[in-house]
Structure formats: structure tokens, C-alpha cells
Design a protein around this ligand. Structure first.
Ligand code: LFR
Length: 477
């Protein structure tokens, strides 16, 4: 079987995986993993893109050593962030991180000019303060945008460094606020709204496109062969994760849970109703032109930040922490986990305690109580969002698939099953890298057919755990 390299850069860690797929077989081996996160710099938050690139090269060398060569390589990362390129390919500045405070108040400026419902009709997106269109407006206050010849979304920036190709992959383009929800292509009126110089958005291509060979310098430093091709996959990590949801049929909801929890259903067509706008649901583009109808829930970020804070005093054993949180039982305090106060990095446990106190509850005391409060709140938000997705789309659901790193957290999976009143199938943990590999393998001709066939393969080859709702605590379906 030929080797397909998945470069998967997540919010808290990146990895380079070697995958292979054929009818009835799907394999994935991790060759390199490295930490990632927003880097505080000069009062802002940035992504260390060059540091990540160095790690990617390290991973590619490991693949070449282990396998001799690879047929294809593809990159996925989180959405909305970008780098600016000069005409000669120089990276201008350091890509800002979407949690950077520079977007404060920017969305409001846009919405004063274009009513929210009109914007929703054009780009189909939920309101998030850090969507690319708002980041670019903030960018225009600085010196770099005027000097840029291309705005490249992060996976496309890594693709450029790998191959020299300047393009925009469609699933990630759909998260920018600059793409037409009806066509998935750039909308000139939205680019104008963002004040973008003409021509800085590169041509959009679909997942599955074979983009070209690797640069000679990349071949020389990694040991990969001249026949290795860069392929476009669902370069938005969530799009790749949804490809690898091990669903048996279409009656499923998904929770792609890592640093974020992306909760929704897959549809053939966008939902642009007034109710959908009011509920802040998004219509992001999936692989094979499916619609990822979902909402961002804060995800494991809040717990990750709490653990980072507690670890400064003494190392925290996550398994012990979760066991202590599980032992506390149900009925504890809850917060609105989507409260914007939880968005920025920093000491989080105090924010959780204050949020509980403000709503009249008894603030959680030690780490176990805080963790339990965060996970109960998260499970409630997941359940509310699944119910909203079903109600707003009319798409029936019999099961919830929880994929990504959150699938390792048995307490979260069980609480989600209880809150949803539906079975939760947990796994695969590496759904994003699997979805990345599957689309490469299909582009290379190792697999064929629809997403349903790819999902069937994931179901038959992955370790999955089903959590049934517990009868004593199950919520209304
Ligand atoms: C998940 C994710 C979400 C996106 C957020 C910010 O990793 O890609 O889908 O809304 O990160 O880019």
C-alpha cells in the first residue's frame, strides 16, 4: 500500500502521521508529535509558523527514514488564521493567532454597515469575533496587508512552503466569511467589505485536487522522493474530522472535540433561516460539498487552561483528576461554557468560579470540583447544540459520534450521552488525521466512492466505545 503523509496541526499539538488505505484496510502511524499553542508576543498572540514548519520537516524526515518514500502529503490545521506573502514568496510578519485581542470591536464595525442577517445570507457563518474577515479588517490598520500579494490560510501557507503552489482549499475558505455560501468560491462583495486589495485571495480548489510535486529544497532536506505529490484534503481540521466520523447511516450528529467542540450534523444544503441565524449556527463546507451545519462550543480549552494553571504548582495527573471529578457525582454547579470570558488564554479556574458565583451557585472549590463543573457544563452545551441542530435542520439523529482527543475522556463521553439522552460512540481519537489520509488515498486511487464508504472503513478498523445514556440521569431526547 502506498504511504500518505498527514500533517495535522491542532490547537494544542501538531503531528505528522504516515497512513495507508485500501479497501478493508486503514493504517495510521504517528511519526512525530509536538506541542503547539498561541505565543504571547509584544502584547498580542501569534502562531509560531516557522517553528511549526521546522517540526513538519522533522516529521517528513521521519517518514522518509521509516518508509523510504511517500506517494502524497497533505496538511490540515485549525481554521480562519492566515499568513501574508509578498510577491516573491517572503512571509510578511508572523501570523496572528485568532485568540489575539486585535479583533475586539471589529465585528461590530462591520455589522453597523451590513446587518447580521444579510451577512448570514451571503456567507452562512455563525458569528465568531475572530473570523478571517474581521481579522483582515484589523490587519488593514497595520503595514503588512498593503504589501501582501497573497493571503494564504495556514494549511495553504504550509502547502506553499512544501510545493510553491499558492491556492486556497475550499473547506477552510468557507470559514473565512469571504466565501459565498451558495458556491463556496470567494465572493467579491465580501472581499470589498473587508477592504481587501484586489487579487490577494488565491484561486480556490476542492479537496482531492492534486496540487503538484515538492520543492527541490524540501526533497533535499527530508529525503522524500521527486514523485511525492501535495494533495488538497479537507484542510480545515474539522472538515477532515467529519470525514472520519464512523457513522453507519446519515442519522448522526457529531461532536469533534479537541480544544474546540464542533457540534452539528452533516447536510446536503445550507440552512439560512432566521431561526438558524438567531441560534448562531454555521454552514461550513465539507469534503464532497457536504455542509457542516454546526456551532462552535468552547471545547476542552477551558479544562486545558485550568490544568496548565495547576501544573505550574505541581504536575497534574489528568487520569487522577478525571477520576476524582467522576467520583463527585451529578448535580454540581454549571456555567455557560460559551461565555466569551473563557476565550482568551490565562488563569481559568478563577473565571469558572466567578461565573458560578455570579449565577448564584456555590463556586467549585478544588481542581476536581472545577473540572467536574467544566465537564458538566460542556456536556450540557453539547446536548443543547445537538438538539438545536436537529430542530433547525429537520435532520433526525439516532446517535452522537464524539471524535478527536475528547473521545479519550470517558467522563465527558458519558456525561454527553446522559445529557443528550442518546448513545455516544467515542472515537476515533485521531479522526482528523484519518480523514486527511482517507481523502489523499482516494485522490491517489487507493480507495474510491463516497464519504459513506470511507466512514464504513473507519468504523470497521477503529477502536470505538459506545456510552449508553444512564437511565437515572438521562435528559429528555
Ligand atoms: C478546531 C477549529 C474550529 C475553528 C477553530 C478556530 O480546531 O478549526 O473548527 O472554528 O478551530 O480556527
Amino acid at each position: 500500500m502506498s504511504v500518505h503523509i498527514a500533517v495535522d496541526l491542532g490547537a494544542s499539538s501538531g503531528r505528522v502521521m504516515a497512513g495507508a488505505a485500501a479497501p478493508g484496510r486503514l493504517e495510521l502511524t504517528e511519526l512525530h508529535r509536538f506541542p503547539n499553542g498561541p505565543v504571547p508576543l509584544a502584547g498580542g498572540l501569534v502562531t509560531d509558523a516557522v517553528g511549526l514548519w521546522q517540526q513538519v520537516l522533522h516529521g517528513l524526515r521521519a517518514v522518509a527514514r521509516a518508509h523510504g518514500d511517500a506517494a502524497t502529503v497533505a496538511v490540515d490545521t485549525w481554521a480562519v488564521d492566515y499568513g501574508l506573502l509578498a510577491a516573491d514568496g517572503t512571509l510578511l510578519g508572523t501570523p496572528r493567532h485568532y485568540r489575539d485581542p486585535r479583533t475586539g470591536g471589529v465585528a461590530e464595525r462591520v455589522l453597523a454597515r451590513v446587518p447580521g442577517p444579510d451577512l448570514y445570507a451571503r456567507n452562512g457563518l455563525q458569528h465568531l469575533p475572530f473570523t478571517t474577515i474581521y481579522q483582515l479588517l484589523a490587519e488593514a490598520d497595520g503595514p503588512l496587508l498593503a504589501a501582501a500579494s497573497d493571503v494564504l490560510l495556514l494549511p495553504d501557507l504550509f502547502g506553499f512552503w512544501l510545493s510553491g503552489v499558492r491556492g486556497a482549499e475550499a473547506t477552510n475558505a468557507s470559514t473565512t466569511g469571504l466565501a459565498d455560501v451558495a458556491t463556496g468560491r470567494w465572493a467579491p462583495d465580501l472581499a470589498e467589505l473587508a477592504g481587501l486589495p484586489a487579487g490577494v485571495l488565491p484561486p480556490v480548489h476542492d479537496p482531492g485536487a492534486v496540487l503538484g510535486g515538492l520543492r527541490p529544497d524540501v526533497l533535499a532536506t527530508t529525503g522524500l522522493g521527486a514523485s511525492t505529490r501535495l494533495v488538497a484534503v479537507g484542510s480545515h481540521d474539522t472538515a477532515s474530522a467529519v470525514v472520519a466520523v464512523p457513522a453507519e447511516d446519515e442519522a448522526f450528529a457529531y461532536v469533534a472535540c479537541g480544544t474546540w467542540g464542533l457540534v452539528g450534523v452533516e447536510l446536503e444544503r445550507p440552512v439560512l433561516s432566521a431561526e438558524s441565524f438567531a441560534a448562531n449556527f454555521t454552514n461550513e463546507r465539507g469534503v464532497d460539498d457536504r455542509i457542516r451545519y454546526l456551532r462552535n462550543v468552547m471545547g476542552l480549552w477551558v479544562l486545558q487552561q485550568c490544568v496548565a494553571e495547576w501544573s505550574a504548582d505541581a504536575p497534574v495527573d489528568l487520569a487522577d483528576l478525571l477520576a476524582a471529578a467522576a467520583a463527585l457525582g451529578p448535580g454540581g454547579p454549571r456555567v455557560d461554557i460559551d461565555d466569551p470570558r473563557f476565550l482568551a488564554p490565562g488563569p481559568m479556574a478563577g473565571r469558572v468560579r466567578r461565573a458560578v458565583a455570579e449565577s448564584g451557585g456555590r463556586p467549585p472549590a478544588g481542581p476536581a470540583e472545577v473540572a467536574r463543573c467544566v465537564l458538566d457544563s460542556l456536556a450540557d452545551a453539547f446536548a443543547r447544540t445537538v438538539a438545536d441542530a436537529v430542530r433547525l435542520s429537520g435532520h433526525p439523529v439516532r446517535v452522537v459520534h464524539l471524535v478527536g482527543g475528547g473521545a479519550r475522556n470517558r467522563l465527558l463521553c458519558q456525561l454527553t450521552a446522559n445529557a443528550c439522552g442518546l448513545p455516544v460512540v467515542a472515537g476515533p481519537v485521531e479522526a482528523t488525521a484519518l480523514g486527511n489520509v482517507l481523502v489523499q488515498a482516494r485522490a491517489a486511487g487507493d480507495l474510491s466512492g463516497s464519504l459513506e464508504g470511507l466512514r464504513d472503513l473507519v468504523r470497521r478498523t477503529s477502536d470505538l466505545t459506545t456510552h449508553q445514556p444512564e437511565p437515572t440521569t438521562a435528559g429528555a431526547p
